[in-house]
Structure formats: structure tokens, C-alpha cells
Write a protein that binds this ligand. Structure first.
Ligand code: G
Ligand code: G
Ligand code: NA
Ligand code: MN
Length: 254
């Protein structure tokens, strides 16, 4: 209830901010992308995690409004970074399926890009699934239009959602982000290892890029490299960082 009341206010009153988590390419040894993650600094309750307030935003019909703030702010910030970088970094933003159901998402993204001057070729959309997909035809069309603009589209938290396999067969995706639950249980040659290895071969069999999330140890990294997974994200590389700290890391490498 407190969150429901406070959220519209938070969006208008600067209580939200973004952190960025790097995504490393192990082959080029570059941070090739950053994922923008929203945070809410509540004046009384302190820091609230998006795991708590994103579902609230979806329930009270504020998700489009919230994500408009997130995408605009991320584009503005990372556009400035890119002006100071020899090679631009990609920006990944999360969009809730609830939001996608409600709007023409390619128009939403196009408006944000036009307003901020951020290049579509440096943008990745992560579809986060909290509900089953409705309006499948419209969603497919929207994703196709995003791709025509040069925007990449990934399915987030792959493998744990309601219908991940269904999605990868039906949506024209560029890639998936493997949910971190898979890595948490992975050890050399156990069942989770085999499963992760098979999912990574999707890259070759289905033409989908794979980003491994939740890489927490050197062992994880080495196993993934052996499997041919070159895009990795997780605490072993970096936690979500404040923007200046993240920019410094992008500049200096890891
Ligand atoms: O940052 P953290 O690990 O606390 O994120 C928790 C969850 O919140 C993750 O699943 C992440 O995808 C989600 N999240 C963070 N920012 C956004 C956002 O702007 N939109 C949506 N839909 N989800 C977000
Ligand atoms: O669903 P999504 O992938 O957007 O979730 C991002 C969330 O995962 C953020 O809340 C972030 O803090 C968390 N996270 C990122 N890397 C790791 C990791 O290596 N281990 C764990 N346990 N959580 C992580
Ligand atoms: Na996400
Ligand atoms: Mn993610």
C-alpha cells in the first residue's frame, strides 16, 4: 500500500536512480554492454529493490510511466558516456511484458531514441516476463519493427519463466539471457553443467546469442568459456554500479 501510493510520486520527484551492470565479452576482453537497473531511494523506507516495486508498478498501471523514465534516463546517461569512449558501449534496458502488452513498444522505443538522440544500433531490449504473453501477433510485429530500426531484442531470465521455449520459437529474438539459477548449481560435469552446455549450443543451432547471468566465480567463467559462451554478466565481473563507477570500469577494462 505504501509502495502503491508512493510510486507515482517517486517517478516525478527524483527518488529513482539507475545503476549499471557490465556485460563482458571474454573473447574481446571488453565490456561490450551495460544493463540499466532501476533503484528507488524512498525518503522513509530507504532503498527498495525493483523486485518489490516493479510488480507493484505493473499492478497499479504505472509500469509504462516508470519504464519511460528508466529508458529516457539510461539513454541520456549512456549517450554521454559514448561521446567520451573510443568504442561505444551497448545499453541494455528491461521492458516488462505487461508494458509490451499495453503499448506499441517499437513506437515507445523510437520516441525515446529520437528524444535523446541515442543510436538504435547500440540499444538492446530485454523482455522480462512476469505474465504469460498475450497479443502474440502484435508482440511479434513490434519486435520485427524494433529489429528493422537496428535495436536488438533478448529474452531475459531464460529457462525459468512460464514458457521460455515457447517464446524462443515464436518471437524473432536476437538472443537470450540465461537465468542465474542455472549457474548457481553448476559444477564440472553435473546435470546443471550439461543443461547449461546444451542451452549454449542454441547459439549455433538456433542462431540465438546467449548471455550467461549470475557468473559469480572463476570456475563459472572457465566452464562457460570452454562451452563457447562469450558474453557474461555477474558479481565475478561486477555488481550493478553507480554510473560514474561503471563508466570508469568501461574505460579501464577489468
Ligand atoms: O537490480 P536487481 O537485481 O535488484 O533487479 C531485480 C529485478 O528487477 C530483475 O529481474 C531486473 O530485471 C528487474 N528490473 C530492474 N530494472 C527494471 C526495469 O527498468 N524494468 C523492468 N521491467 N524490470 C527491471
Ligand atoms: O532479472 P535480471 O537479470 O535483470 O536481474 C538482475 C538482478 O540480478 C539484479 O538485482 C542484480 O543485482 C542481480 N545479480 C546480478 N549479478 C548477480 C550475480 O552474479 N549473482 C547474484 N546472486 N545476483 C546477481
Ligand atoms: Na532483467
Ligand atoms: Mn537481466
Amino acid at each position: 500500500k505504501v509502495l502503491e501510493k508512493g510510486l507515482p510520486h517517486a517517478i516525478l520527484n527524483d527518488e529513482l536512480f539507475l545503476v549499471y551492470q557490465p556485460i563482458l565479452n571474454t573473447v574481446s576482453a571488453r565490456i561490450e554492454a551495460v544493463e540499466a537497473l532501476v533503484r528507488w531511494e524512498h525518503p522513509k523506507l530507504g532503498l527498495i529493490s525493483p523486485g518489490e516495486f516493479i510488480p507493484t508498478a505493473e499492478d497499479i498501471g504505472e509500469i509504462a510511466h516508470l519504464e519511460e523514465w528508466v529508458v529516457t534516463t539510461a539513454c541520456e546517461e549512456v549517450k554521454k558516456w559514448n561521446e567520451s569512449l573510443a568504442e561505444p558501449v551497448r545499453l541494455s534496458v528491461n521492458l516488462s511484458m505487461k508494458h509490451i502488452e499495453q503499448t506499441d513498444i517499437h513506437l515507445f522505443v523510437k520516441d525515446r531514441l529520437t528524444q535523446t538522440g541515442f543510436s538504435p544500433e547500440w540499444m538492446t531490449i530485454e523482455l522480462t516476463e512476469t505474465t504469460l504473453m498475450r497479443r502474440e501477433k502484435e508482440t511479434v510485429k513490434s519486435i520485427e519493427k524494433l529489429k528493422e530500426m537496428g535495436v536488438a531484442v533478448y529474452l531475459d531470465d531464460f529457462g525459468t519463466g512460464y514458457s521460455s521455449l515457447n517464446y524462443i520459437m515464436r518471437l524473432p529474438l536476437d538472443g537470450v539471457k540465461l537465468d542465474r539459477l542455472f549457474l548457481q548449481k553448476m559444477k564440472q560435469d553435473n546435470e546443471h553443467y550439461t543443461l547449461v552446455h546444451s542451452l549454449i549450443t542454441m547459439k549455433h543451432k538456433l542462431g540465438l546469442e546467449v548471455v550467461a547471468e549470475g557468473v559469480e566465480t572463476k570456475d563459472h567463467l572457465h566452464m562457460l568459456e570452454k562451452m563457447g559462451c562469450e558474453k557474461i554478466q555477474g558479481y565475478y565481473i561486477a555488481k550493478p554500479l553507480h554510473h560514474q563507477v561503471c563508466l570508469n570500469m568501461v574505460k579501464s577494462g577489468i
